[in-house]
Design a protein around this ligand. Structure first.
Ligand SMILES: [Zn+2]
Length: 253
């Protein structure tokens, strides 16, 4: 399995990331993509990817920090061989709406940077799918990526797939009342789905509320398998292939 989205580069894992990685490997999570959100975590993601063969890094300016940082620190990092995408980037209208123009500006600049460097993007949206969709749409066909931790409804997921993007599915697919994401996992074809933990956030059931770790990825694969009526092995196989293809990593089977 490949955990396509985790934040092993932040404070919550500072004390025990080595053990966390070891535990993940023991549970069959043999690749992990460590996601940057600001200059400090970007640097740390690369350091981790340099230290561990199984880890890859993304770098980006998250919508939550667009007032603090511009994007000039990003481009020099893109040459690094284990930097495989720009992210996470996007729009967050849950926390703030007053700086939406700034959020859009920084998001679009990073989309253009990704196109220039032929890298995929990892998109964060919260209460902002349609606004983010409008930012990406003009670049349809030139850019690929994932709408990470998809949190809108099935119709929007179909729009994302039409743009050529993958749908990132996380712990909430295991929650009893998460109707939309269950519907998405049921109806969006497996070859358009990536699985991710978003550790340390969004622990799957029955670990809800605890610090999440990549080792719990199989709960997400199992939930998707149950919804689709297929085996967990099939979910693991296809979502791994999807991630390898999108991020140009791993061994082709
Ligand atoms: Zn994230």
């Amino acid at each position: 399995m490949i955990d396509t989205h985790c934040h092993l580069n932040i404070e919550e894992f500072e004390m025990d990331y080595q053990q966390v990685i070891k535990d993940a490997l023991a549970e069959g999570v043999n690749e992990m993509i460590v996601i940057g959100i600001d200059p400090i975590s970007n640097k740390k993601a690369i350091e981790l990817a340099d230290t561990f063969n199984e880890l890859y890094a993304t770098v980006g300016i998250h919508p939550g920090v667009v007032d603090d940082y511009d994007i000039q620190s990003i481009e020099p990092l893109l040459k690094h061989e284990k930097v495989i995408a720009i992210g996470e980037i996007g729009l967050d209208l849950y926390w703030r709406q007053d700086n939406i123009e700034k959020q859009k500006e920084i998001f679009i600049k990073q989309i253009q940077l990704a196109i220039k460097h032929q890298l995929p993007i990892v998109i964060h949206t919260r209460n902002s799918f349609s606004e983010a969709y409008d930012c990406v749409k003009p670049y349809k066909g030139k850019i690929k990526g994932v709408f990470h931790c998809f949190s809108s409804h099935l119709e929007d997921a179909k729009k994302a797939v039409d743009l050529g993007f993958y749908i990132g599915i996380d712990g909430p697919v295991t929650f009893k009342n998460a109707k939309d994401i269950k519907e998405i996992a049921t109806h969006i074809p497996l070859d358009k789905i990536l699985i991710e933990t978003d550790s340390p956030y969004l622990s799957p059931h029955p670990f809800r509320g605890k610090r999440n770790e990549p080792k719990r990825l199989s709960y997400i694969a199992q939930a998707i398998a149950d919804l689709k009526g297929i085996s967990k092995e099939e979910v693991v196989k296809i979502t791994t292939l999807n991630a390898h293809e999108l991020f140009h990593i791993g061994v082709k089977i």
